[in-house]
Design a protein around this ligand. Structure first.
Ligand code: GLA
Length: 615
């Protein structure tokens, strides 16, 4: 294999090796026992929670998972045959009967396990290490819908343990959400889990005990805030369960915590005693406007776009057009203050914007240029805004949602180098762009909406060594390849046509000599929107075009001769074939897991195939 195809193969196989099940395309919503009850859980408690959530508006608002956390098992946790079993006193009818009860009330039941020898409460024999397949099958046989899998008492290696359990769940015969709880963010997690815990445990403290920054809401907010690169439909970064209504937070803090979690597309897993929740906290948890921000189908994690001391502006794109946003104005200071969002900061035409107050659930109509509100101490003003994009605005690649990433060292840098410095090539610095370490593949969904990709490329000035090759692929076809570029060199500007491209892959290879110091930057990377609404033809295929939209494959070709269309997954397995007769074909591709596939037309494969992204 040459360097190029090897890099793509490594990148794609790594990203999609365990396709996480399509069980929760928006952030999961529910309740978990840990934050309030810790290990003191029982069948009667959980049934009471299920009953209340079914009638107090929470189920109707979307909170369907009721999740048992640590200590549901017996002590020791396994029977003579090695099977996990529930504590016979606290769960006298076992877990299956509890799951049946949840299902009879329109709810789902979640359970908790651990990748090591024991869970975090050190219940003897409770770990699933080496018993993943049997435990996942047991959970499935009980009717479990969600598995939170913790990181205590490890025996094996983290990625391999979570991958083994992810596969065991996928093979268990029952769809179950897989919650990776390893208190950090790693690149393999979105392909293995539906959610992954980016932080240490949350507590019902704003800043930490005695205001010392520790286990607290603000710690988890900050820990999760810069881990937005992997969040996408079906894969969510998890700053831990909610502390709304658990006791210590003020009204404004409860609201800010909930609103910020919604802005980050975080799982909304309540942690309070919902049986005694007061009306104010219930109204926060069930606010349909705020929930709709969290549950937006584009699944984009909002970012903090401006920070001025204690005053922060948070923005979450709603949908994929980048003309509709949730905006949070967050005041960390000790007193109320006026805060302003300018529509130019959202790249919207300043006369076009309509505003809705999410807390009040009230339309405020068209507001020109900017909006100013008074935000209380520790408060979050939260709006939904919609407008038209300012045609003169620049579409920075780094502002857009990323579909998948592989990057060989550290996490992909967004508006910074891979080592976390300002982007700089030669003597030129950049505020926008992506910082990589080869071999690296960053895939973006362009949806055929852009004409050009432009960027400066080169090795970041933070190292004077390294050697890389930059490549741009559109729908699997190579559109650009640089010569070998070395550390210390000046940037090179590239301008690549991406007309008609659905899926853009930005690849940095190691140029065949290893990847030490290969800090390749896509500096100032930007896209030019297609000027007309007409989709340009796919350049790689003069005689046919295919689009995947809404679970359907639409294919047009010049010829009407009979030939066979075949779709293969990345492992080369055929997942669909269809005999084409006319020039236009419209077939369902629903049911295929998220991922990258190739389409081939006819039997001679090489010249007549292309890849597509199903997301
Ligand atoms: C770890 C997890 C928590 C909780 C406890 C249970 O600390 O991070 O969320 O599940 O274990 O023991």
């Amino acid at each position: 294999m040459n360097t190029t195809s090897r890099t793509i193969a490594i990148g794609l196989f790594a990203a999609f090796s365990v396709p996480a099940q399509k069980v929760t395309m928006t952030p999961p919503m529910g309740w978990n026992s840990w934050n309030t009850f810790y290990g003191n859980i029982s069948e009667s408690l959980i049934k009471g929670i299920i009953d209340v959530m079914g009638t107090n508006g929470m189920r109707a608002a979307g909170y369907v998972y009721v999740n048992l956390d640590d200590n549901w098992m017996a002590n020791p946790a396994r029977d003579g045959a090695g099977n996990l079993r529930a504590d016979p006193t606290r769960f006298p009818n076992g877990i299956k009967s509890l799951a049946d009860y949840a299902h009879s009330k329109g709810m789902k039941l979640g359970i908790y396990g651990d990748r090591g020898s024991m869970t975090c409460m050190n219940v003897p024999q409770s770990g699933s290490y080496g018993k993943e397949a049997a435990d996942a099958k047991m959970f499935a046989s009980w009717g479990i819908d969600y598995v939170k899998y913790d990181n205590c008492n490890p025996v094996g290696q983290m990625q391999s343990d979570y991958t083994t359990m992810g596969k065991a769940i996928a093979n268990s015969g029952r769809p179950m959400v897989f919650s990776v709880c390893a208190w950090q963010t790693q690149e393999w997690m979105p392909a293995v889990g539906n959610l992954w815990r980016s932080t240490d445990d949350i507590t019902s403290e704003w800043l930490g005990v005695n205001n010392v920054y520790g286990r607290a809401i603000m710690t988890n907010l900050d820990g999760n805030s810069d881990k937005f690169i992997f969040t996408r439909p079906g894969a969510f970064s998890d700053p831990d369960m909610l502390e709304v209504g658990t006791g210590k937070l003020t009204l404004d803090e409860n609201k800010a915590h909930f609103g910020l979690w919604a802005l980050m597309a975080a799982p909304l897993i309540a942690g309070n005693d919902v049986r005694s929740v007061n009306a104010t906290n219930l109204a926060i948890l069930t606010n349909s406007d705020v929930i709709s921000i969290d549950q937006d189908s584009a699944g984009i994690q909002g970012r903090r776009i401006l920070k001025n001391g204690d005053f922060e502006t948070w923005v979450k794109p709603l949908g994929t057009e980048y003309n509709s946003f949730a905006v949070g104005l967050f005041n960390r200071s000790g007193s109320a203050s006026n805060m302003t969002i300018k529509w130019s900061d959202l790249q919207l035409d300043p006369t076009s914007v309509t505003v809705r107050d999410a807390w009040a659930k009230k339309d405020l109509g068209n507001i020109k240029d900017a909006h100013t509100v008074s935000v209380p101490s520790h408060g979050l003003a939260l709006f939904k805004v919609k407008g038209t994009r300012d045609p003169s605005a620049t579409t920075w690649v780094s502002d857009r949602q990323i579909h998948s990433i592989t990057n060989a060292w550290k996490l992909l840098g967004v508006d910074k180098s891979v080592a976390g410095n300002a982007l700089k090539i030669g003597s030129k610095t950049y505020t926008k762009g992506l910082g990589t370490n080869s071999p690296s593949t960053t895939v973006l969904a362009l949806r055929k909406k852009f004409d050009k990709f432009q960027s400066d490329i080169g090795i970041d000035a933070e190292t004077s060594a390294g050697s890389v090759v930059f490549q741009v692929f559109g729908d699997g076809k190579k559109l650009y390849e640089s010569p070998v570029m070395k550390g210390g060199a000046a940037p090179v500007a590239i301008d690549v046509s991406v007309a008609g491209v659905d899926s853009l892959s930005l690849i940095v290879t190691d140029a065949g000599d290893g990847n030490t110091n290969d800090h390749g930057d896509w500096a100032g990377a930007k896209l030019t929107p297609a000027t007309s609404g007409v989709t340009a033809p796919v350049r790689s295929l003069q005689d046919w075009q295919a689009t995947v939209r809404g679970g359907r494959l639409l294919l047009d070709r010049a010829s009407s001769a009979t030939e066979v269309l075949r779709i293969h997954d990345l492992q080369g397995r055929e997942v669909l074939s269809h005999r084409l007769t006319g020039t236009h074909t419209d077939i369902a591709v629903r049911g295929l897991a998220r991922g990258i596939y190739s389409i081939r037309l006819g039997e001679s494969t090489a010249s007549r195939s292309k890849t597509f992204l199903l997301d």
